[in-house]
Design a protein around this ligand. Structure first.
Ligand code: UD1
Ligand code: CA
Length: 450
C-alpha cells in the first residue's frame, strides 16, 4: 500500500524564546524538521504534506530545500493537532494509502519504527506510537485493554488513576488516509484546552467497532523539543549516537566527545579522525583517510588516502581526490584537488582546479573575487606553484609549469614554463653598513641637541 506523510509543524514554540520557528532550530547542522522529513523519506511516500503556521515562509523554504516535492499547507490558527491534520486533506485529494502523522519537533523517530507502524497498520485500523516514559509528565496516556488501544487521554483531562499510567503517546499515528480524515471530521473540541485533539480519533474509531493498537519504541526516539535546554540535550543525544555508529562502522575517533557530526555525515572504514574535528552538512570521507585535529569540513568529498589538517578548512564544493594532502591553515572552497596534489601550508584555494601531483607552495592564494564576480583558476598537473604566489583569476597554469615565489600571476602560463612576476632583485655593495652608520650618527646628533 502507498504511504502518505503528514508532518505537523505549525506550532510557535513559545518556550524557545526565538524569532526562528521552533522546527527550524538546528540539530547536527540541519533544522529539526529535516530530521523528521528524512526519517519519513525512507518510507518512499507517495506524497509528503507539511502543515506550517508560525513562520510558514521560512518553514516552507527549509522544507523545499530538503525535498522539492513536498507540499506545504498553512494552518492559520493553531486549533489543535486534529485541526492541523485536517489542513492536509485538500493537498491529498486523489492520494490514498496509509497516512503517517509526524511532528516537526520530534526529530528522532527512526524509519525502522515507522516501518513497524506501517506493518501494524495492515492489521489494525489505527496505530499509535507509544513509549514507556521514565517521567510521564504531561504526555497523553494510552489506555490499553490487552493489545487493543481503547483511547488516549490528554494529561489535562486525565483522572488521578490515568495519570499513573506510564505508557505515553508520542503523537505519531498511522491510519488509512480516507479513514483518518473521516474520523477527524467527527472530532470536537469539548476538552480542557478547547482544542481539536488528534488523539480523540482512537475512541471514535473504537466506538465504530474499528480496531486500534499501539506500537512502542524507545523513549529516546520520541524526544520532543520545546526549549533551548531540550535542544541542547537533543544535540548531545544525536552526537552520542552518531559517534557510536561511526565507531561500529570501523571509523577511529581518538576523542569521540570532541568530534561533531552532521545528520548526513558519511565516513568510510579505517578513516582516523583526530580530536576536535567539526563536520557540517554534506560531507563524505572515504575509507582510509585521515582528518587531523582542529579541522572544519562542510559540503565536501575526501577520497581514500587523503590527509586533511591539522587546522584545515574545507568549504562547500571541495573535492579532494586520492592521496591528496591539505595541511595547516589551508582553506579550500569549490575546488577539485586531483590525485596526489599537495597544498600543505597557509593557502586559500577557491573556484579552482589543482592538477594531479601539483605542489602548491606556502602562502599561495587564488585571487578569485574581483569585488563583483568569482573567477576560475586552473593549475595543471605536476605544476609547482612557488610560495606566496598570487594567482589572479581567471588564470590558467599549464601542466608542469612553475611560478617563482612571491609572483603575482595575472596571465596564463604555458605548460612547462617558469613564470616570474615580481620586482627583480638589486644589490648595492656595502650599502647596508653605510646606512646603519648614517642612522647611528643621526641618533647621536639628536641626543646631544636635546
Ligand atoms: C501531543 C499529544 C499528546 C502527546 C504529545 C507528544 C494531542 C492532542 N496530544 O500533545 O498526547 O503525548 O503530543 O509530544 O495530539 N501542532 C500544529 N497545529 C496545532 C497544534 C499542534 O501544527 O494546531 C503541532 C505542534 O507544532 C507540534 C505538534 O503538533 O509539533 C504537537 O503539538 P503540541 O501542542 O506540542 O501537543 P502536545 O500538547 O505536546
Ligand atoms: Ca509538544
Amino acid at each position: 500500500m502507498n504511504t502518505i506523510l503528514i508532518i505537523l509543524a505549525a506550532g510557535k514554540g513559545t518556550r524557545m524564546n526565538s524569532e526562528l520557528p521552533k522546527v527550524l532550530h538546528p540539530i547536527a547542522g540541519e533544522p529539526m524538521l529535516v530530521h523528521a522529513m528524512a526519517a519519513g523519506t525512507l518510507l518512499e511516500p507517495e506524497r509528503t504534506v507539511i502543515v506550517a503556521g508560525h513562520g510558514a515562509d521560512a518553514v516552507t523554504a527549509a522544507a523545499i530545500d530538503y525535498d522539492e516535492t513536498v507540499i506545504v499547507v498553512v494552518q492559520d490558527e493553531q486549533l489543535g493537532t486534529a485541526h492541523a491534520v485536517a489542513q492536509a486533506k485538500n493537498a491529498l485529494a486523489g492520494f490514498t494509502g496509509i497516512a503517517i502523522v509526524l511532528y516537526g519537533d520530534t526529530p528522532f523517530v527512526s524509519s525502522d519504527t515507522l516501518k513497524r507502524m506501517l506493518r501494524a497498520a495492515e492489521r489494525a485500523d489505527v496505530v499509535v506510537l507509544g513509549f514507556e516514559a521514565a517521567d510521564a509528565g504531561r504526555y497523553g496516556r494510552l489506555i490499553m485493554e490487552g493489545a487493543s488501544l481503547e483511547r488516549i487521554v490528554e494529561y489535562t483531562d486525565a483522572s488521578e488513576a490515568e495519570r499513573m499510567i506510564t505508557l505515553c503517546n508520542s503523537g505519531v499515528i498511522a491510519c488509512k488516509s480516507d479513514l483518518l480524515f473521516d474520523l477527524i471530521d467527527t472530532v470536537g473540541n469539548d476538552n480542557a484546552a478547547s482544542e481539536y485533539y488528534l488523539t480523540d480519533i482512537i475512541a471514535l474509531a473504537r466506538a465504530r467497532g474499528l480496531s486500534a493498537t499501539a506500537v512502542t519504541c524507545d523513549e529516546a526516539e520520541t524526544l520532543g523539543i520545546n526549549s533551548r535546554a531540550q535542544l541542547a540535550q537533543a544535540e548531545a543525544a544525536f552526537q552520542l549516537r552518531a559517534r557510536a555508529t561511526l565507531m561500529e562502522d570501523g571509523v577511529t575517533l581518538q576523542a569521540p566527545d570532541t568530534v561533531f557530526l552532521a545528520r548526513d555525515t558519511v565516513i568510510g572504514r579505517d578513516t582516523l579522525i583526530e580530536p576536535n574535528v567539526f563536520f557540517g552538512p554534506g560531507v563524505t570521507v572515504e575509507s582510509g583517510a585521515r582528518i587531523r585535529a582542529f579541522s572544519h569540513l562542510e559540503g565536501c568529498h575526501v577520497s581514500r588516502g587523503a590527509v586533511v589538517g591539522p587546522y584545515a578548512r574545507l568549504r562547500p564544493g571541495t573535492e579532494l581526490e586520492e592521496n591528496t594532502r591539505v595541511g595547516n591553515f589551508v582553506e579550500i572552497k569549490n575546488a577539485v584537488v586531483a590525485e596526489g596534489a599537495k597544498i600543505n601550508h597557509l593557502s586559500y584555494v577557491g573556484d579552482a582546479f589543482v592538477g594531479a601531483r601539483a605542489n602548491i607552495g606556502a602562502g599561495t592564494i587564488t585571487c578569485n573575487y574581483d569585488g563583483v564576480m568569482k573567477h576560475h583558476t586552473h593549475i595543471g598537473a605536476r605544476a609547482f606553484i612557488g610560495s606566496n604566489t598570487m594567482l589572479v583569476a581567471p588564470v590558467h597554469i599549464g601542466d608542469g609549469a612553475m611560478t617563482g615565489s612571491g609572483s603575482v600571476i595575472t596571465s596564463d602560463v604555458e605548460p612547462d614554463a617558469l613564470a616570474l612576476a615580481r620586482a627583480p632583485q638589486v644589490e648595492k655593495p656595502g650599502m647596508a653598513r653605510k646606512l646603519i652608520e648614517m642612522l647611528k650618527a643621526k641618533k647621536a646628533r639628536t641626543q646631544r641637541g636635546s
